[in-house]
Design a protein around this ligand. Structure first.
Ligand SMILES: Cc1ncc(C[n+]2csc(CCOP(=O)(O)OP(=O)(O)O)c2C)c(N)n1
Length: 625
């Protein structure tokens, strides 16, 4: 086994080049074997095996810096830097992270998870290197999907001014999670189909350069010519015109060719883009055929490709998907927007039924939101479906472009709360804070699957900006009997309205937990009142007044969000001003980033589970006595 010889960073330098194909094969077997057991990102990693080997062959760690965009495709990099053993615990609590982590290895130059950051971070490394008069290589690896994100262009624009080496590898597999979209994607496709001519183009350039005295000038002239002929001679003119050297495209599964080009890139004094063509899922037929399904997967049977865990009850995303499909039929003004996640957000069905009213804008959350503002002003009702963590990107657009103009844009905030295996870059723990702080915003969270449906309908008929946040995974199907119509700013009593000394005021996913807490308290003969808050903003202050009037002494707020700026703090703020005699206990995530692990176990650790909350309440009572 060649892979046995790789146990630490730079071990690859001791492997003869002739053994690289075997190494690539073994890494693929390793990836399929491990990811089929633990789950994880598969298709992108299978596509990047040879590219990663080629990169490691030309780099020296930790001196050189290798920055992965998004970071979901860095598994081979982890294997080649001595982390093979960690794959048994991939994405498990305390185990190997599914993304690059500086604290995990000195070979990880930059922590990632969100898209389109690699060129900016790389450029920062380059500028620091030059200022400190150091001498090492910096390589950013960005996918064609990630290249749809605005930050990548801001960084390219800035990088164009460089006169020292900076290598950007464009790992182009023609796929985001779903097929890639937009003008850049079409441009890359044109370059890709021109691949057969690449050799000819390079040769023409070389031949021209060989012409004594005038050769180089001739190539420069051709570069500057505004003619389509130049594309025949110098590929990648778009990048070239920006000031980057373009090399490629090169077959991303041909290691000798790639290494040759990468070594050439090392000699360029300036920013250089190496265009590498890869196949998502390469080496595992199921993943080649279904790259989206195997982008991120749970454990699966290698022989059939089928998930090991049968799909159980409907998820919140499934419910959202159904509501949107029905709503699309009834409400002709409704349009739907996704930022490169048509399947993940459940909008695929809407897209199939109403292709004219569906927009996949690429990994461009900021643009998605301002685009929605324009749609709203133009007379449509846009529903922007974005995961909580990725919507962080668009806070200014929500504030500046939607909320200041009080536009009717509906935000379907999926994966709100803890998401588990993807870790700190993906937990949806901040949206209540960044959304409730903005004037004009309405923020809701459903207690169960029926309420998500009701809230979506409410949101579409409301006016002004409105967000509905709901968690990842199975939708709660308890409390079906409680179905008060959703009314603006009104919470819902889940026990009779008499009230008691203890009130549980829970938001969204935490209502299910609160039901359990109440059961625990009941069994210990501690009476309590349970209220489904429904709205984080505006707060139902009438209900808070009623609770205080009915003798509430301890008000326990519950939310799956950070405490700072969240729902609980809003309640505390109101109660301390109007009912200071009532003690408010906030159950929320304390000031921390939550790393990867199983959601239930993370909740326990963070004190968000029913048992911990029951204990907290009992302790509060004891202190009172
Ligand atoms: C800001 C942001 N939005 C959405 C995502 C979700 N996401 C993860 S990977 C990915 C596709 C990336 O495509 P590409 O860069 O081409 O990499 P590939 O998986 O094809 O290798 C998306 C949309 C993200 N990570 N960050």
């Amino acid at each position: 086994m060649v892979l046995e010889k790789i146990n630490a960073p730079n071990d690859i330098h001791r492997i003869p080049l002739g053994e690289f194909p075997r190494l690539a094969e073994e890494i693929r077997e390793f990836l399929i074997d491990h990811v089929s057991k633990t789950g994880g990102h598969l298709a992108s990693n299978l596509g990047a095996v040879e590219l990663t080997i080629a990169l490691h062959n030309i780099l020296e760690f930790p001196e050189d810096k290798l920055i992965w965009d998004v970071g979901h495709q860095a598994y081979t990099h982890k294997i080649l830097t001595g982390r093979k053993e960690g794959f048994k615990t991939l994405r498990k609590e305390g185990g190997l992270s599914g993304f690059p982590k500086r604290e995990e290895s000195f070979c990880d130059a930059f922590d990632t998870g969100h898209s389109s950051t690699s060129i900016s971070a790389g450029l920062g490394y380059v500028r620091a290197r030059d200022l400190r008069k150091e001498n090492h290589y910096v390589i950013s690896v960005i996918g064609d999907g990630a290249l749809t994100g605005g930050m990548a262009y801001e960084a390219l624009n800035n990088a164009a001014e460089l006169d020292t080496n900076f290598i950007i590898v464009l790992n182009d597999n023609n796929m985001s999670i779903s097929p890639n979209v937009g003008g850049m994607s079409s441009y890359l496709s044109a370059l890709r189909t021109a691949e057969a001519y690449t050799g000819m183009k390079m040769n023409v350039t070389k031949t021209l350069k060989k012409i004594p005295k005038v050769g180089t000038a001739l190539v420069d002239t051709v570069r500057k010519t505004k003619s389509s002929i130049k594309q025949m001679i110098i590929p990648g003119m778009l990048f070239e015109n920006m000031g980057l050297t373009y090399l490629g495209p090169v077959d991303g599964h041909d290691m000798p060719k790639m290494m040759k080009l990468l070594n050439e890139a090392k000699r360029v004094e300036g920013p250089v883009l190496v265009h590498v063509l890869t196949k998502k899922g390469k080496g595992y037929e199921m993943a080649v055929r279904h790259p989206s399904r195997f982008h991120g997967t749970g454990p699966f049977d290698v022989s059939t490709g089928l998930p090991l865990k049968k799909q159980g009850k409907a998820s919140y995303t499934d419910i959202f998907s159904t509501v949107m499909r029905k709503m699309g039929d009834r409400e002709k003004q409704v349009v739907a927007i996704t930022a490169a996640m048509p399947t993940g957000t459940g909008l695929k069905r809407f897209a199939n039924m109403f292709p004219d009213r569906f927009f996949d804008v690429g990994i461009a959350e900021e643009h998605a939101v301002t685009f929605a503002a324009g749609l709203a002003l133009g007379g449509m009702i846009p529903v922007v479906a974005i995961y909580s963590t990725f919507l962080q990107r668009a806070v200014d657009q929500i504030l500046h472009d939607v909320c200041t103009q009080n536009l009717h844009v509906v935000f379907a905030v999926d994966r709100a709360g803890l998401v588990g295996a993807d870790g700190e870059t993906h937990q949806g723990c901040f949206d209540l804070s960044y959304l409730t702080m903005i004037p004009n915003m309405t923020v809701m969270a459903p207690k169960n699957k029926w309420e998500l449906s009701d809230m979506m309908k409410f949101a579409v008929h409301h006016s002004g900006p409105v967000a509905v946040r709901y968690p990842r995974g199975t939708a709660y199907d308890g409390l079906e009997e409680y179905r008060d119509p959703v009314a603006y700013g009104k919470s819902e009593w889940l026990t009779d309205k008499k009230g008691s000394e203890i009130a549980l005021f829970a938001l969204g996913s935490m209502v299910e937990t609160a039901v359990e807490v109440q059961k625990n308290l009941d069994s210990q003969e501690i009476p309590s009142t349970l209220i489904n808050a429904r709205f984080a903003k505006p707060l139902d202050t009438k209900t808070l007044d009623t609770l205080a009037e009915k003798g509430c002494r301890l008000l326990v707020t519950m939310e799956e969000n950070v405490r700072s700026g969240g729902f609980g703090e809003l309640v505390l703020d109101y109660m301390s001003a109007h009912h200071p005699q009532v003690q408010v206990k906030i159950i929320a995530i304390e000031d921390t980033f939550v790393s990867h692990g199983d959601v239930d176990s993370l909740k326990k650790k963070l004190g968000l589970d029913a048992q911990s909350i029951t204990e907290i309440i009992k302790n509060c009572r004891k202190k009172e006595e």
